[in-house]
Ligand binder design. Structure first.
Ligand code: B4P
Length: 189
């Protein structure tokens, strides 16, 4: 597996976080999840966390300004020099432009964009199940619908952007996490 700078794109509940956790283990690179970083900020009650909480609970996107700043800071840390798995960033055209510029400045382009495909009903089921287990405040039926809509409107168009760069490898995200991980392994070669 030669790819080391990997982006995982997919709708909420597609398994991005789940697969990213496996990949980082295998590759020995950091897992960069803006969702995790924002949840940590919310729990710690930081200024960013206070601004992000209501937006996240409503299933909407935290502002580009905040997210780009935390992503840039994380990707600039020394442990990202040898690669990273990006999960949940970018989610808007503005974030994608910022990421492109940041990686270009450092001459460290993305190697691959894994696009996880799933059917919406399955994803809603997965997230409702997670709501029972983890009690995440943005996993209610209403918020999940809003997050799906936001994904279709703002994030799905990024696939075309990365397709244009020749980076997209589509992976079927249905089946068990192990099945999906196997397909990702094949896609990465
Ligand atoms: P995220 O944390 O990125 O949340 P997510 O889209 O729901 O994906 P996640 O990675 O958690 O779920 P996964 O698919 O792995 O973002 C949360 C919020 O933060 C956003 O709504 C937004 O408000 C904010 N945010 C984050 N990044 C942002 C950005 N860049 N810009 C603006 N705002 C931002 O897994 C879902 C569930 O399915 C899990 O319970 C898992 O165990 C299960 N699962 C996974 N794979 C499975 C499989 N194959 N079979 C069965 N279950 C499976």
């Amino acid at each position: 597996m030669s790819a080391r700078r990997i982006l995982i794109l997919g709708p909420p509940g597609a398994g991005k976080g789940t697969q990213a956790a496996r990949l980082v283990e295998e590759l020995g690179v950091p897992h960069v999840s803006t969702g995790e970083m924002l949840r940590t900020a919310v729990s710690a009650g930081t200024e960013v966390g206070k601004r992000a909480k209501a937006v996240m609970d409503a299933g909407r996107l935290v502002s580009d300004e905040i997210v780009i700043e935390i992503a840039e800071a994380r990707l600039g840390k020394p442990d990202c020099a040898g690669g990273f798995v990006l999960d949940g960033f970018p989610r808007t055209a503005g974030q994608a432009q910022a990421l492109d510029a940041m990686l270009e400045r450092r001459s460290t382009p993305l190697d691959c964009c894994l696009a996880l495909t799933v059917d919406v009903e399955t994803v809603v089921e997965r997230l409702l199940k997670r709501a029972e287990i983890e009690g995440r405040s943005d996993d209610t039926a209403e918020t999940i619908r809003e997050r799906m809509k936001v994904y279709e409107d703002q994030t799905a168009p990024l696939l075309e952007h990365y397709r244009g760069m020749g980076l997209v490898r589509e992976v079927d995200g249905m089946g068990s996490p192990g099945d999906v991980a196997g397909r990702i392994g094949e896609a990465l070669g």
